[in-house]
Design a protein around this ligand. Structure first.
Ligand code: SAM
Length: 200
């Protein structure tokens, strides 16, 4: 794990596209998309976070920062954000672009371990851009369970997918709110919100 911050550089579509292309060529299943999420999807993801709910916001798989930007615009101060990203080129780009944001280069499926190492208090929300459908059901279930256990019972775990069915069905350990379809994204996406508690 590496934890970084850096000086600010402006966002650039060309830089984002180039970084995604290199990610897709070197690690297609991990990168999970040929381009960053669109603004509409990012806005819907960020809208699931209540900025007045205190505590850090953890973002898993931020890529080039589509959701990071929307979270900041939603009113989450950069200092409240902890980003966990596997790809070191994305980490460098994020560190340059978002001063004050904490960036951890590591495996988001170990979210409990990395959040613990970062020494942060209970998150108020966890926002995931991970390509969750590329993982087996047991890994998805384990991630969502461990992520939800980091926060209070009402804390949202927010996930988008390109599928129509939930990435993990609601169960005894958590309930599912949604879906919210975002037809204007390319490809169209669905936003799912999990919270601890009984299935509805
Ligand atoms: C589909 S892209 C989404 C990027 C960004 N959130 C967006 O919507 O444009 C998936 C991102 O998750 C990252 N990722 C995939 N597996 C990961 C893992 N195990 N730990 C941390 N990041 C991971 C990829 O490197 C990539 O940045």
């Amino acid at each position: 794990m590496a934890d970084r911050t850096g000086p600010k550089q402006p966002s650039s579509r060309g830089a984002n596209a180039g970084a995604f292309l290199r990610g897709m060529l070197s690690a297609p299943r991990t990168t999970g998309a040929i381009s960053p999420s669109g603004r509409r999807l990012a806005t819907v993801m960020a809208a699931q976070v209540d900025p007045s709910s205190p505590g850090p916001v953890v973002e898993l798989g931020p890529g080039t920062g589509a959701f990071t930007q929307a979270l900041i615009e939603r009113g989450i101060a950069p200092e409240r954000l902890l980003l966990i990203e596997f790809n070191s080129e994305f980490c460098d780009l994020l560190a340059n672009r978002y001063p004050g944001v904490r960036i951890v280069e590591g495996d988001a499926y170990d979210v409990a371990g990395l959040v613990g190492e970062a020494g942060i208090a209970a998150p108020s929300a966890i926002v995931s851009g991970l390509p969750l459908l590329n993982r087996p059901m047991e890994a998805r279930r384990a991630l969502i369970k461990s992520a939800l256990e980091l926060g209070s019972p009402g804390m949202p775990y927010i996930q988008f997918t390109y599928g129509f069915g939930p990435p993990v069905p609601a169960g005894n350990a958590y309930r599912l709110v949604g879906p919210k379809r975002v037809w204007l994204n390319v490809p169209p996406a669905t936003v799912w919100v999990y919270r601890r508690g009984e299935a509805r």
